[in-house]
Ligand binder design. Structure first.
Ligand code: URA
Length: 207
């Protein structure tokens, strides 16, 4: 019998398959300490992807990225610039929480990165925003220096990439918030330049 399923369904099937694989992943030792796998959240049709480092305690409990204190701050920045889970997808380099929130080690990243690669292929974003140093070093370049290079744009293939301070860094050092605001504005301007989102009205309110 002829298969007349629309192409969109095929893509959603790939998402479902990837999610299933990821939820039962046993590729690294974090499987023993995780509570929940944190796959990602947001729109599968997003043109903008935010990539963080790894789940923290709240994310590990809820199974969703950026739901703790850092996530609440990220939400505020997103709201300021009309970014929502309808026009953005959010994922992490690691899908499982490293104990005590230590930095993800190289072998954990190597084990996990294929999930993020597939998520990125399925989404096909025009803009990738790395949240913090760890994501920038993995996604943009290994020698990335967050203090010197946050807010700069890099192009890989057809994707524009930038890194901004991790919201946890902003909680630790609020003086960085002024830079973060400018970096978010640059993301919003790039989205307007690429025709992804309408030109913004400027800041709605400052976190
Ligand atoms: N920090 C991250 O990098 N990712 C999360 O999901 C939460 C905190």
């Amino acid at each position: 019998m002829e298969n007349n399923k629309p192409i969109l369904d095929e893509k959603e099937e790939q998402w479902q398959e990837l999610l299933k694989d990821c939820l039962s992943c046993d590729k690294c030792a974090l499987r023993k300490t995780r509570n929940k796998v944190v796959f990602g959240k947001g729109s599968h049709d997003a043109k903008i992807m935010f990539i963080g480092e790894a789940p923290g305690e709240s994310e590990d409990k809820e199974g969703l990225p950026f739901v703790g204190r850092a996530g609440k701050l990220l939400d505020k920045y997103m709201t300021v610039f009309d970014l929502t889970l309808d026009n953005v997808y959010i994922a992490n380099i690691l899908k499982c929480r490293p104990p005590q929130n230590r930095d993800p080690d190289e072998s954990e990243q190597d084990s996990c990165i294929e999930y993020l690669r597939t998520q990125t292929k399925l989404i096909d974003p025009k803009i990738i925003v790395c949240l913090g140093r760890i994501a920038a070093m993995r996604i943009i370049k290994p020698e990335f220096k967050i203090t010197a290079e946050h807010g700069l744009w890099f192009k890989k293939g057809s994707i524009y990439m930038t890194a901004i301070y991790h919201p946890s860094a902003l909680l630790r050092d609020p003086i960085k918030k002024a830079d973060a605001l400018l970096d978010f504005k640059s993301v919003r301007d790039k989205a307007a330049e690429l025709g992804i989102l309408p030109v913004g009205n400027g800041f709605h309110a400052v976190p």
